[in-house]
Design a protein around this ligand. Structure first.
Ligand SMILES: Cc1cc2nc3c(=O)[nH]c(=O)nc-3n(C[C@H](O)[C@H](O)[C@H](O)COP(=O)(O)O)c2cc1C
Length: 189
């Protein structure tokens, strides 16, 4: 099973060409199948590499979508590789530049230190925390999953060191989430 294969791996490479400004339908189907992973992430000690190619456009949006999914599932992003047909060169200097970038990416795979979450990751954590908490009445899978891991009391999924500014930001986001929920601006069922 794909899920087990990913769980057994240290690094997962997600790759898709750009089709109609997005990942292919096949790749989207893969993401849809695992969409529960946003609510019950599990790949915290694993790295992801994101690869995409395009004839000319849509690379940034496609890679950014793939990045959002990988982060949402808990992965650490080791690097992204994007190839654009229009700007692709074949001269030696370009090949060397590509090789250097790949070497740098591979070196990063062997670094063991966990990178602290970005502001986006912290905000995403708070959003998912509110969502999981909101499902308490139904006692659904996400609620149990979060409870078992003690995530309702936490500032982030892992115990990675988070600086003071980010801690304050995270509390601020939690307050906003609470307000949104109580004002029913955000429907959580
Ligand atoms: C159905 C389809 C849709 C595509 N959509 C785009 C597009 O929106 N923008 C673009 O620049 N290239 C587009 N392309 C070109 C592909 O991105 C390019 O051929 C691809 O990166 C090469 O990978 P492949 O050989 O695995 O398809 C499209 C190609 C196909 C077949």
């Amino acid at each position: 099973m794909l899920l087990n294969k990913m769980l057994e791996s240290d690094v997962v490479i997600f790759a898709s060409p750009v089709y109609e400004q997005h990942v292919t339908a096949l790749m989207k189907n893969f993401y849809n199948n695992f969409s529960f992973m946003f609510h019950r992430p599990r790949f915290f000690n694993k790295k992801a590499i994101l690869v995409s190619s395009t004839g000319g456009s849509g690379l940034k949006g496609t890679l950014s979508y793939m990045k959002m999914c990988a982060i949402g599932w808990g992965f650490q992003i080791a690097g992204t590789i994007g190839v654009c047909g229009v700007t692709l060169k074949t001269d030696e200097a370009y090949k060397e530049e590509v090789q250097n970038n790949i070497n740098h990416l591979v070196d990063g795979l062997f670094e063991n230190k966990e990178t602290p979450p970005t502001l986006y990751q912290l905000a995403m954590f708070r959003a998912m925390q509110s969502k999981a908490f909101g499902s308490a009445k139904k006692k659904d899978l996400s609620f149990e999953y979060w409870k078992e891991r003690g995530w309702f009391e936490k500032i982030y999924y892992t115990n990675v060191k988070i600086n003071l500014f980010k801690k304050i930001y995270s509390r601020f986001i939690r307050k906003i989430m609470k307000k949104l929920i109580s004002s029913k601006l955000m429907i959580i069922r």
